[in-house]
Design a protein around this ligand. Structure first.
Ligand code: HEC
Ligand code: HEC
Length: 101
């Protein structure tokens, strides 16, 4: 084996190791659920689904706070949701037995 061939062979081995490293890293680092539904981690769906809902919606406030709702509807803040100012209300509503669930 002359010098050039030896250098080429070494370069080939280095390239081979590099590619093998990428293949192994891809196997090890790719989450199991990747590709389950598409080009993203499938578990992500369940994780978001597991987050507690904290915001109700403005329509729900009107049932109990009709005067505030009417005042708000005609105000300059009509485009701002009630909970933007008052914070998430759903946990409060759920914790009140008199309001049902
Ligand atoms: C099922 C009825 C009900 C719904 C729906 C409801 N509330 Fe209330 N809310 C109440 C009652 C009753 C009180 C006052 C009694 C208390 O503090 O326990 C109150 C109190 C409040 C207060 C405090 C008032 C004060 O004087 O300090 C705010 C602010 C408020 N609600 C905002 C909201 C917003 C915003 C929503 C919609 C996301 C909402 N509420 C939905 C029944 C409701
Ligand atoms: C731009 C911010 C903002 C938005 C949007 C807003 N509020 Fe308020 N709200 C306030 C502030 C500030 C107070 C206390 C000052 C006052 O009493 O005028 C208040 C007071 C209240 C109170 C206490 C009782 C009262 O009449 O004083 C209730 C209940 C309430 N808001 C419900 C609502 C509901 C329901 C909505 C949506 C339909 C809403 N608010 C939207 C800022 C906001």
């Amino acid at each position: 084996m002359n010098k050039e061939t030896r250098h080429l062979a070494m370069a080939g081995v280095v390239l081979g190791l590099f590619i093998a490293g990428i293949v192994v890293a891809r196997q090890v680092l790719t989450p199991d659920s990747f590709g389950q539904f598409g080009y993203y981690r499938g578990d992500n769906v369940a994780e978001w689904d597991g987050l507690p809902t904290t915001f109700a919606e403005t329509a729900q406030c009107s049932g109990c706070h009709s005067s505030n709702y009417t005042k708000w509807s005609g105000s300059a803040h009509a485009g701002v949701s009630c909970e933007n100012c008052h914070g998430p209300v759903l946990p409060v509503l759920r914790s009140r037995s008199r309001c049902g669930s």
